[in-house]
Design a protein around this ligand. Structure first.
Ligand code: FE2
Ligand code: FE2
Length: 314
């Protein structure tokens, strides 16, 4: 702590960050995250038993987290179909995770371009990129093991993601990152403890929850810093941009083809998911913490609130 205080005794202007201030106290947040990463990080290549056979009859995720749980269609499904469906659902969420982690790595790398390598912020940002790189490989291996194909976002969303990762900066970039991390976090806390959930999902979820809790702290800190002293217009724009990102992330998580993989009628399944009160309640639960943070930081404006309501995050 002492040397960082000596190095940056007064607020400094960080280059290229809309003239943002990055103080010694801000850097201490990253310093603590770096210490935590040094104490507890995982190598999924050795942490997970990749050769163990999948436990027959075990779900991909806790049934309550299935998009169809509680619907009429769910009650008509065989146990075997439920097992297949939940494995494809978790695989689809993992593939979306990989897609988003690629966007995130590029945004963070671009954000840190030519920043002070002596700062803890720079070092933690690179640590985070390294974490995400391991996570994506881990999710890829888990999908392969479960026999889940690559579920890609549709063309429009794929191009929107390409634009977002090229253009989003500051609070918008870290806002999108936080949304994806928060929503996944709540689900994965249940998956890692889920009875009758595949070991491979429990293990990958445990690793992800531990490492992502640091990423979320970092993202919250970055958002607070970037918005320090921001005017109303900038805050409003950020609020809407983050909500739009949330809309894309949440609506892309589970690919419609997962229902086909379980031998279901896709149109009927989608209609039942859309009308499911249970699903809405689960979405609201997984968004509670995120919504509290957004409200605290003036990021729940009228238009953004409308978007969050539409996807049942509020
Ligand atoms: Fe990750
Ligand atoms: Fe992350």
């Amino acid at each position: 702590m002492a040397h960082s205080a000596e190095r940056t005794p007064t607020p400094t202007l960080a280059p290229g960050g809309h003239g943002r201030t990055h103080t010694a106290a801000d850097d201490d947040v990253s310093k603590r995250l770096l210490d935590s990463a040094a104490t507890l990080s995982y190598d999924p290549a050795t942490e997970i038993d990749w050769d163990a056979p999948l436990e027959p009859g075990h779900y991909g995720l806790n049934p309550e987290w299935s998009t169809l749980y509680g619907t009429a269609l769910w009650s008509e499904m065989t146990e075997e179909q439920r097992v297949v469906l939940t494995r494809h659902e978790v695989g689809s969420i993992m593939t979306t995770g990989i897609w988003f982690e690629m966007i995130l790595q590029q945004m963070v790398l671009r954000d840190q371009y030519l920043k002070d390598p002596a700062s803890a912020e720079f070092r933690f940002a690179l640590t985070e990129i390294a974490d995400e790189c391991r996570h994506s490989i881990m999710f890829a291996r888990a999908c392969e093991k479960m026999g889940v194909p690559q579920y890609k976002p549709n063309q429009f969303v794929a191009q929107a993601g390409r634009a977002y990762k090229a253009l989003a900066r500051g609070e918008l970039a870290y806002g999108g990152i936080l949304v994806a991390e928060e929503v996944l976090d709540v689900m994965q806390r249940d998956w890692m403890r889920g009875e009758n959930v595949l070991d491979i999902v429990r293990g990958t979820s445990r690793i992800h929850v531990v490492e992502e809790s640091r990423h979320m702290k970092f993202a919250r800190q970055e958002i607070r810093e970037r918005l320090r002293g921001a005017g109303t217009l900038r805050r409003r724009n950020a609020a809407f941009g983050i909500a739009a990102g949330a809309y894309v992330i949440v609506t892309s998580m589970v690919h419609p083809s997962v229902y086909k993989a379980a031998g279901l009628d896709v149109a009927r399944a989608l209609a039942e998911v859309r009308a499911s009160e249970h699903r809405r309640a689960m979405m609201r639960t997984s968004s509670r913490h995120l919504m509290a943070f957004l409200a605290e930081n003036g990021l729940l404006t009228g238009p953004s609130t409308k978007l969050y309501r539409r996807i049942h995050m509020l």
